[in-house]
Each structure stands twice: as structure tokens, then as C-alpha cells.
Unconditional design. Structure first.
Lengths: 308, 308
């Protein structure tokens, strides 16, 4: 059984697994998701969840052990002109100057290089022409690396904690520039971060990873609408039928974050969860089944295994 | 960071880097490697200076022979007699015969491994360029530059050796054979083999300190295996009209000229007319092995990254 390519999807993972050592644990374990084109997706998860690995796999820097990863309907590969990646450790040649690094970007992306955009990212850093990359601070290096990623004129930007090293002003300025670029071009962005509140303002899609698997994937509005924070008199038994993600006693009643399945009780206080509440509740409840919008098709791997 | 004038203030200030020029990947490699290559150039310059200086010594040898006669020159004991002059030529040859290949293996191994170890390779793998093209360009650049440094040394040595042989100034026996036949086009081929061995070791190991040892070790091992195989492959080569001389022993059938493994039985069987045939046949074998190593290194890259 095969599925036709989905041109509306920027990035599709089907049962992706990856481990670094032969007998080590799976960093990604059957990860499946679908990120539509044109969204700004927050990639969230605790340390070691596999976020950076997933971004590197999507950039083709590493190879999956099992499963498939597709960008714009085709397999991902290193050097894909439509995919740009900002790695967590900001790899740059330390002996190069800032100007040489931009020239490197132009030379490695011939016919695909937006010098004007790269310049707009670099300019506010007020670098001297002889400044070497090795002499720059972490935040300044992030700015240069981001200029290389944006200058590539890619349709899919994979940004691994892009704002981590930046001061507040630089963060605001670069996030503004990034969002303006996305609005202008319709570029798909997958952006990992630990600061959920920051992502909530910028992103319209969420991919939550935990222990190498997908816990939540979909539009943030859809995911929030599928959940509710309820406060009700009585115990957990009154939540039967709903999926309880997290619950705790609240006075004589119960407060819970649930995945709704039907109408709430008349005496319940109901409000939508914040993105932070949603993420934290799912991370605290590993046993709760994942949720994806649109629902993932059955894995091709699973189908093959069953057929075998 | 310097507080002096920035390269850009506003988008008009930054010079838009032009993508190309000719051979952009070669220019990037040269920009990165110029310091170690400069060190190699200094070493090559020193060896060339010694060779040129010792070339003048043949005039002293001629003067001595004219003074004491040919028999006394070859079998007597004088400062500039055939024995000492041949020993000096062989000593000069040790800097040419295999050391450039070992240095090429060491340098390529360390530079390649360092690129993986520091993960700067991620920067390149996420630009619009195939990894195969990137690595091929870098290793080819190193091979061409180091080979270009070696060629003048080989030419200088050959001029000296041919001059001495024509004037019958070399001692008789295996030293004469070694001095005349060992160095030539195959020396340059060994440099290419060194680069390929370093590329394979660096790519496989991804640790600079390991590659520092493994690169030269692999080059040496390959040369040793090739020499032993060559004894089988070339001994009955129809180009060689006569076979004479005795096998002087050695370790597992190998003898050494400095670090270079060689088969003295074969070397002792050669006559001056065999020089080019021997050199070209050996070079072809060495280059074929180098191509095999280069291909293996690219296979490792292909296996490690996602490629089309």
C-alpha cells in the first residue's frame, strides 16, 4: 500500500526512528506527524525528547534508521535547496570574517541566495568587516547563522532554538524580521524552543515530542479547542468518557485538563487551556494517547510489518 | 568585538557578495586550509633547498674521480667518494620518497575529522550543495596543492639522480638502484594516496587525534600491501628485459626506503630503460587504490547523511 505525495504538506514523518549507538536507546521512536505548508510550527519537548535530532533528520544531516521523512512530497536529503536549517550549536567557520561567511552563503547557494535579506539580518549587529566569527559572542554568531539560514531563500526553515542566545532586544527584532519574512513569502517554519510563551505569540502550529514520539501535533487553535480545563465538584469518576490528561484535587472538587468527548456537566467551570498548560499537562502524563490534527494516516511501516 | 566602523549601516552599506568567481568551492577550501598548507610549503622549500645545494656536490665528485681515478672513486675512502655521495643522495630522497604522502594523509585526516568533530560540517550539509561535491572539491584541492608542492621536489631529485647516473658517480649495488628508481611520478601518486587515506580515516573516525595516527597508518599499510602485491603483479611484466640481483632480506618480504615499503628484488632487477615503465605502472596501481579510498570515503558520507 502506498500513499500519494501530499503537496500541501511541508514535512511529513512516518514512523521515524533514530538511535546514535547500536545498543543505545532510540532518540526518536516511531515518530509520525504531518506539518502543513505555510504554518509556523512550534517544536516543543523536554530535554532529550529528540527535537534537535528530528530537525537534523529533516535537514538531511543525518539519516533515519527506520521510517521515512518527506519534505514537500519528496524524501529529505542534505543540500535540499528548499530546506534551511539553523543548528543548535551554530556551526560556522571560526576563522572566517563576517563578510567571508556571507560570501560563503552566496557561493554555496548559487542562484538561490537572498543577499538583501541576509544583509538585513546582519546589519543591526554592526559588525566590522574584519570581525572573525571566532571572536563574536554567542548571540552575534546566532545572528550570522540565522542570516545564512534566511538568505538561502528556503521554503522550509528548520530553526533549532533560534532565539536562545539573543538578548531581549535582538530577540524582538529578529523575531519581527522572521515573522515579516514568513508573512511575505509563506515560508513554513519549524522552530524549537523551551520558552513556550514566546512560541505562543509567533506560532500557529504545535508539534510536541516526548521520549522520541509525537504527543501532540496540529494547529494550536484546534488542539486548544479539543481540550478544556474544568473545575467540578466531586471526584474523577464524574469525568468518565473524557480523556483526563491531568487532574488534581481543588478544594472539595477536582480541577482537570481533559480532552473533551461530549458536553461538559452543567455545574462544571470550563475554560480553554493556555498553550503552556496544554504542553505541561501532556508532558506530565506520558500514558495519555497522542493527538494529531489532521489524524495521521496509518503508518506505512506498520502496514508493511502487518503484511509481512 | 571591534567598536570601529561597521561594514554596513543600512542595506546599502553591505556589499552584496557575488556568488561565484571561478571554482568557488576550491576558493573556500584554500581560504580554510592556507595555514597548514603554508607550513607544508615551508617544509617543501627547505627540502628543495637542500636538494639544490647538494646538486653542486656532483662537481666535487667529478673532480675527485678525475684526480684519483674511477676505481679509487668507487672503492676507495674519500669524503666525496661514490659511497658517500650516493648516501647523501639517498638521504635527500628520504624527504621526498614517502614523507609528503604521510604528511598529506595526516593533514587530510585531521582536517576532515575536525570538520565532523566540531560539527561544522552541518553548516555545509544544509546549504544548496551535494555533500559529495563538497568533499570531493576539498580533497581534490588538498591533493592538487600538496602534489604541486611535491612535483618540484621530485624533479629536483630526478635531475640530481639522472645527472649522477649518467656520469657514473653512484656506487654500484642496491643503493644505486634505490636512488635511481624509487622516486618519480609514483611519488606524486603516493601523495594522492595519502590524501585519500586521510580522507577515509577522517571521515570514518570523526576524531582529529585518531585520524592523526590512522591517516598516515592507513597510507603506509596501503603502500605496503600494494608493494607486496606489485611483486606478484609486476615481476614478470614483459617490459623488464632482465631480472638480476639478489633479494636482500627484509620484514615479510618488505624493505624500506625511509618509511616507504618497497620490494628490493624488483628494484634490483630494473635497468635504466625500465624507469618509466616501472614508474607509470606503479603510479597507475597507487592511483587506483587512491580512487578506491576516495570512493569509500564518499560512501561513508553517503551512508551517514540523507542523500538523493
Amino acid at each position: 500500500m502506498s500513499y500519494p505525495p501530499r503537496p500541501d504538506a511541508a514535512l511529513v514523518a512516518d514512523g521515524v526512528s533514530k538511535r546514535y549507538r547500536r545498543r543505545g536507546p532510540d532518540v526518536l521512536d516511531g515518530c509520525t506527524f504531518h506539518i502543513p505548508a505555510g504554518v509556523v510550527c512550534a517544536l516543543v519537548g523536554p530535554n532529550g525528547a529528540g527535537k534537535s535530532t528530528l530537525l537534523e533528520l529533516a535537514a538531511g544531516v543525518q539519516r533515519t534508521d527506520r521510517g521515512s521523512l518527506e519534505a514537500f512530497g519528496g524524501q529529505v536529503w542534505a543540500g535540499h535547496p528548499r530546506v534551511a536549517h539553523l543548528a543548535q550549536h551554530r556551526p560556522l567557520f571560526h576563522r572566517f570574517t563576517v563578510a567571508e561567511t556571507l560570501r560563503l552563503g552566496a557561493r554555496l547557494n548559487v542562484g538561490n541566495w537572498d543577499a538583501e535579506l541576509a544583509t538585513r539580518v546582519v546589519d543591526p549587529g554592526r559588525f566590522h568587516k574584519d570581525d572573525r566569527i571566532g571572536d563574536l559572542s554567542g548571540g552575534e554568531r546566532t545572528r550570522i547563522a540565522l542570516a545564512l539560514a534566511l538568505g538561502k531563500r528556503a521554503d522550509l526553515l528548520l530553526l533549532d532554538e533560534p532565539m536562545a542566545d539573543l538578548d531581549v532586544l535582538a530577540r524582538q527584532e529578529l523575531m519581527g524580521l522572521l515573522m515579516a519574512h514568513v508573512a511575505d513569502t509563506g515560508t513554513t517554519v519549524v522552530m524549537s524552543s523551551h520558552i513556550i510563551s514566546e512560541l505562543a505569540d509567533a506560532c500557529d502550529h504545535l508539534l510536541l515530542l516526548d521520549e522520541g514520539t509525537t504527543r501532540l501535533c496540529g494547529g494550536i487553535d484546534e488542539l486548544v479547542a479539543a481540550h478544556a480545563v474544568v473545575t467540578l465538584p466531586g471526584g474523577l469518576d464524574r469525568l468518565a468518557g473524557h480523556t483526563v490528561v491531568e487532574a488534581r484535587p481543588a478544594g472539595r472538587g477536582t480541577s482537570a485538563l481533559i480532552r473533551t468527548a461530549g458536553a461538559p456537566g452543567d455545574d462544571w467551570e470550563v475554560r480553554p487551556p493556555s498553550l503552556e498548560e496544554l504542553v505541561l499537562a501532556h508532558l506530565a502524563a506520558p500514558g495519555v494517547p497522542g493527538l494529531a490534527f489532521p489524524p495521521n494516516p496509518p503508518s506505512r511501516l506498520h502496514v508493511k510489518e502487518t503484511a509481512a | 568585538m571591534s567598536a570601529t566602523a561597521p561594514i554596513a549601516s543600512g542595506t546599502s552599506g553591505m556589499k552584496t557578495p557575488r556568488p561565484g568567481g571561478r571554482l568557488p568551492l576550491v576558493r573556500i577550501a584554500v581560504r580554510q586550509y592556507w595555514i597548514p598548507l603554508l607550513i607544508l610549503l615551508v617544509l617543501a622549500g627547505r627540502t628543495a633547498a637542500v636538494l639544490i645545494h647538494h646538486y653542486d656536490g656532483w662537481a666535487d665528485a667529478v673532480a675527485l674521480r678525475d684526480h684519483v681515478g674511477s676505481r679509487a672513486y668507487h672503492f676507495g675512502r674519500y669524503v666525496d667518494d661514490a659511497h658517500n655521495q650516493t648516501a647523501k643522495l639517498l638521504s635527500d630522497g628520504t624527504g621526498v620518497a614517502f614523507r609528503p604522502a604521510l604528511l598529506a594523509a595526516l593533514l587530510t585526516g585531521v582536517l576532515t575529522a575536525r570538520e565532523w568533530e566540531s560539527r561544522r560540517v552541518v553548516l555545509v550539509l544544509t546549504q544548496s550543495i551535494a555533500p559529495r561535491r563538497w568533499f570531493t572539491a576539498r580533497w581534490s584541492t588538498l591533493a592538487v596543492i600538496i602534489a604541486s608542492m611535491t612535483v618540484p621536489l621530485v624533479v629536483a631529485y630526478r635531475i640530481s639522480a639522472v645527472h649522477a647516473l649518467r656520469l657514473d658517480l653512484l656506487t654500484y649495488g642496491s643503493d644505486r638502484q634505490n636512488a635511481y628508481y624509487t622516486i618519480g611520478p609514483v611519488t606524486v601518486a603516493y601523495v594522492v594516496l595519502g590524501v585519500a587515506a586521510g580522507a577515509l580515516a577522517g571521515t570514518l573516525l570523526r576524531r582529529a587525534w585518531l585520524a592523526l595516527v590512522a591517516g598516515p597508518a592507513l597510507a603506509w599499510l596501503a603502500a605496503a600491501v600494494l608493494v607486496r602485491s606489485r611483486a606478484v603483479l609486476l615481476l614478470d611484466f614483459p617490459l623488464f628485459s632482465k631480472v638480476h640481483g639478489l633479494h636482500p632480506g627484509g620484514v615479510l618480504g618488505l624493505q624500506f626506503y625511509d618509511a616507504l615499503p618497497e620490494d628490493s628484488y624488483l628494484i634490483n632487477s630494473l635497468e635504466p630503460g625500465d624507469y618509466w615503465g616501472y614508474q607509470i605502472a606503479s603510479s597507475v596501481l597507487v592511483l587506483a587504490l587512491a580512487a578506491l579510498f576516495g570512493h569509500a570515503a564518499l560512501r561513508v558520507v553517503r551512508h551517514r547523511t540523507a542523500q538523493r
